[in-house]
Design a protein around this ligand. Sequence first.
Ligand code: KG4
Ligand code: ZN
Length: 386
Amino acid sequence: MGWPTHTSDGPLVLGIESSCDETAVALVRGDRTIVAQAIASQEAEHAPYGGVVPEIAARAHAERLAPMLEKVMADAGVALDQVDAIAATAGPGLIGGVMVGLVSAKALAMASGKPLLAVNHLEGHALSPRLADAALGFPYLLLLVSGGHCQILAVEGVGRYRRLATTIDDALGEAFDKTAKILGLGYPGGPAVERLALEGDPKAVPLPRPLKGSAEPHFSFAGLKSAVLRAKENQTNSVRPERAEGPSFTSQQVQAAGSARTVSGYTDADIAASFQQAAVECLIDRLERALDAAGPFPSLVVAGGVAANKAVRGALEALAARRAMRFTAPPLALCTDNAAMIAWAGIERLMQEGANFAGDPLDVAARPRWPLDPQAETVRGAGVKA
Ligand code: KG4
Ligand code: ZN
């Protein structure tokens, strides 16, 4: 064995991602070229339920993966024996979906005699900024914010991750999705909340900043989500605009009614903007805390689906500037779930282990939970978020 077997540009790795609601396949080369990729979202399948239904997800992965593998290999004009290793997400995630991807990778590895790389999905997110940015060296402080995860990690090297903080209840993406549901915006909610927030006043609705100022840099978003629900209920229960012409209303209230506001004084857009503002403030406060406790770091990096949010990115960029840190955010397509990051994590591992690395055993198990930092202490309620 040994790589690269057919090119001087480093190993060529096939990556498979199927841990949530995206089926994805990618061929990535050690020189950071994404040679070919395909991604199929299951948004339409899950939208009627307002969230990902594990059984539907597993079935959709099983139906789509084989044709997508064929297409990516054909698009790249690459045969299986030209690939140096096969990497697949082995967890954490919805176990049915993870098994579909991992079993397919095992079959390909067995058929081709190439190494199997069982990749931690979180490691894929953690290293994806290095796929996009060749100049990003270790160590860096990573904010990983997605639908399932909300963590601050010190990334010290390949396979060397120190978790500095996690959420004690909901992940931030989950809070975005629930806010979207409360506001009737559909699924997935993050981009919809961000769009609506552009039209709102971030100061209009007083919302809590859970754990802001607390000693440990952990996150909590369940209370914020409940406050959004109460804000929506108060808005709906307050006097409707059409009744606002009566004599008991102030001119301000009548004016508010004229601009389609309820007498509670705020619109859905105001709720979205206020929620987003509260979330961003929590992120920055917690990151400041982590930097005070474990810093300094030369670079601040954000990854995960919520990294697509421009308000989040802007605030992180400003924080990095204040702290004289380099700031890196991967392009949006690498922030949300994708297979290029899984292939890249495989490449990083291959390069670290050396040319004789045989890969993971073919009986490696799919894992619904798989913390990146096994040393990190369990935080109340956080186990569910892997
Ligand atoms: O990383 P990802 O694709 O999947 C997980 O591993 O969870 O992240 C998806 C999450 C969803 O909760 C989605 O609402 C959120 O990322 N998200 C956003 C935005 N785009 C995606 N949240 C806020 N603003 C966005 N623009
Ligand atoms: Zn993810």
